[in-house]
Design a binder for this molecule. Structure first.
Ligand code: GLC
Length: 688
């Protein structure tokens, strides 16, 4: 049951696609307050044991209680605990307790969610202006509310199956030979690999939709050479367009008036990687069509996937910002002894990037409606990705193109996935990744993942291995790191066997993971869930944040502490522990409901199979193109007949509803014994 309320005259975000009737009643569940300066805000009194889920890509725990979050897409690579904004703005929360209710604040500008920060039991939702929509969702449980929400916002983007392979990235592989070397070393060490990323240095002077002739002289041939080895190249596309005479994207953007403008009608400019750039007005439908059509040049070279970056939009500086800082410096009293003045001086320069004042100084032409950027800030990255997604529908109508973005808003989940931006090689960021995945699923971002091993800082071998052991289960499994950090390709830490083994586990799980992902997309469901969503009556399970349900058959409990030989795991029911050392080397143990200490070395991955569930595994392979999905091994934990319906398709076309996409694996009684039945060849049955 969903109720919709409209305040003021909100800008259409297209986040919600389902027709929902406007409620004429006063808002339910929330207490509406108008402050003395006319601002509308809402409060909600939480019960002591209420849990608050949601907010997608946000800092801190799965339960958002106890902190304050600001939905304002922010390029900040230092995700320390006190940060309130990350790259996405996902304004959906679910309060789960005696009363369960979902709240979606559909507002394109900043919204603050104070969830027990100012007052312990109080939620305060503070939109930054009075033009927004609110949806209130009632349901039987938090999970039920999430499913209704997902129905409202429409089917999530579906990635091609190859994007479930392991992917290697680095800022940047600078030329063809460096890429060749990466691929060769992976192949020599028998570590499976499906994609290599091209970060900004593949371009000519960081100009979107160009390829450096010097470093990638025969790009199309090179893309094909890599394809022959089962490798896809995935180039980055940045939001800012370099200001350079003669550069077609710049010239056309100016000619058609497709860049964001200052109040005086001139094209707004800010510094990003290429130096000074203009920002395409993605909120304008013609500009979107134009920018989207530019992806063609790379698609024509055989490219099948992209990542959209710097689209909060990130700005390193503007001339206006520098001028103000310099002016401040000119007027600075060099004889002052006030410490506060030195800090003020420092802030003038430290605050040059992503300045609020700059966001307030340019405008969009939303098909005739001129709006100031800060009032629609959270839609920018969303609409860059929408531009690409809509273009792919015409440029490659029958093919799934990999697309994910850094910045996002709910609604963008229909056009692409996300990666969670510039994390660090910190153990705490592995834990943040674990806690964030179910929240992203709640908001529709199913194809998602973090930079495995961490983007900034120097990664260690054990952190890389533990992070990969979790990354096996995230749809986007990509190792990415920043320029200047210690190399973290899987062959950079000496002996490679452990890396090969861990990634081989991923490859034997791909049919199951892809199936659970596709079913979740097709049914507006979650692939990665909090344990409490599957065991709502289990009070202890309600508090668990570091174990996750992956699809219908398994639970995981990743190890995220340095030097830990294992960890405590709570089993909400009897489960079968499968301790993977590689795709084929495993140990099994049936464990009773309750708390257990599970030992797992850095090269081991514990997986828990639920009672009366089965897990299909295929043989591992060096890449998804060479996967053999005709033969399976089944691990099942049951003493009765059970069935698993696996979704399987060609992984690239869009024939989602074809009945042939369903394969059933069953455990049946055959002549007094339980045996496995399937249209696939079952090479081994491990029954417990
Ligand atoms: C941004 C991205 C990062 C990328 C870098 C250079 O920081 O988040 O992934 O490597 O830009 O393009």
């Amino acid at each position: 049951m969903v109720k919709k309320y409209i305040y003021g005259n909100p800008i259409e975000t297209n986040a919600v696609v389902e027709e929902i009737e406007l409620s004429q009643d006063p808002i339910q569940y929330l207490n509406e307050i108008t402050t003395t300066d006319g601002q509308i805000l809402f409060t909600y009194l939480m019960a002591d044991d209420d849990i608050v889920y949601g907010l997608g890509e946000a800092n801190r725990g799965l339960n958002k209680r106890g902190y304050i979050y600001e939905s304002f897409c922010t390029d900040d690579p230092n995700h320390t605990e006190e940060k309130r904004s990350l790259y996405g703005a996902h304004n959906f929360i679910v309060i789960s307790g005696m009363i369960s209710v979902g709240i979606f604040v559909d507002a394109p500008s900043k919204v603050t969610f104070d969830i027990g920060y100012t007052a312990e039991n109080m939620i305060k939702i503070i939109p930054s202006d009075n033009n927004f929509k609110v949806y209130i969702i009632e349901g039987k449980s938090a999970y039920d509310i999430v499913k209704q929400f997902r129905q409202m916002i429409g089917r999530s983007y579906m990635a091609p199956r190859w994007a479930f392979g392991f992917q290697q990235s680095r800022w940047s592989y600078g030329n063809e030979d460096e890429v060749r070397e990466v691929v060769k070393t992976y192949r020599e060490n028998n570590i499976p690999l499906d994609a290599v990323y091209l970060d900004i240095d593949y371009m000519d002077s960081y100009k979107d939709f160009t390829v450096s002739e010097e470093r990638f002289p025969n790009f199309k041939e090179f893309v094909e050479e890599m394809r022959q080895q089962g490798i896809r190249l995935v180039p980055i596309i940045d939001a800012g367009v370099k200001i350079e005479n003669g550069y077609d994207v710049y010239e056309e953007g100016r000619q058609y008036q497709f860049f964001c403008k200052r109040a005086d009608g001139s094209d707004f400019a800010a510094g990003v990687w290429p130096g000074r750039t203009h920002f395409p007005d993605f909120l304008n439908s013609n500009a979107r069509k134009w920018f989207g059509s530019k992806y063609k040049v790379l698609l024509d070279s055989g490219i099948e996937g992209f990542w959209n970056d710097m689209n909060e939009p990130a700005m390193f500086f503007t001339n206006e910002g520098i001028a103000e800082a310099v002016d401040y410096l000119r007027n600075f009293d060099f004889n002052t002894n006030e410490p506060g003045k030195f800090f003020e001086l420092k802030d003038q320069f430290n605050g040059l990037a992503n300045r609020q004042k700059d966001y307030e100084s340019f405008y969009h032409n939303m098909d005739g409606n001129i709006v100031r950027h800060d009032t629609v800030h959270n839609l920018y990255g969303y609409h860059m990705t929408r531009a690409a997604g809509e273009a792919f529908d015409t440029l490659a109508p029958d093919k799934r193109i990999l697309m994910f973005s850094r910045s996002s808003y709910i609604g963008m989940h229909r056009y692409g996935g996300i990666w969670t931006g510039d994390n660090q090689s910190w153990w705490s960021h592995l834990l943040l990744n674990i806690k964030m995945m179910p929240s992203l699923n709640m908001c529709g971002f199913l194809y998602s993942g973090a930079d495995l091993g961490g983007f900034g800082s120097h990664c260690t071998r054990d952190l890389m291995l533990r992070w990969l052991a979790f990354g096996i289960f995230t749809p986007l499994m990509r190792n990415h790191s920043a320029i200047g950090t210690r190399r973290q390709e899987c062959y950079s830490f000496g002996d490679t066997d452990a890396f090969k083994n861990i990634i081989s586990i991923r490859y034997s799980l791909i049919p199951y993971l892809y199936s659970e992902y596709m079913k979740a997309c097709l049914n507006n469901d979650m692939m990665i869930k909090p344990v409490s969503f599957e065991y709502p009556a289990d009070n202890f399970a309600r508090s668990i944040e570091d174990q996750l349900m992956i699809g219908e058959s398994i639970m995981i409990a990743p190890i995220y502490t340095q030097n830990a030989p294992g960890r405590y795991v709570y089993l909400p029911e009897d489960m079968l522990l499968v301790l993977f050392k590689s795709s084929s080397q495993r140990r099994y143990q049936i464990l009773k409901k309750g708390m257990h200490y599970i030992s797992a070395a850095v090269d081991e991955v514990p997986v828990f199979i639920r009672r009366n569930k089965l897990l299909p595994l295929c043989r591992t392979s060096e890449c998804t193109d060479r996967m053999d999905t005709s033969m399976f091994e089944i691990i099942a934990y049951t003493d009765e007949s059970i069935e698993y319906e696996m979704y399987e398709d060609d992984g690239i076309s869009k024939d989602y509803d074809n009945p042939n996409n369903k394969v059933s694996f069953a455990i049946r009684e055959i002549g007094g014994n339980l045996g496995a039945v399937s249209s696939k060849t079952i090479v081994k049955l491990s029954l417990f």
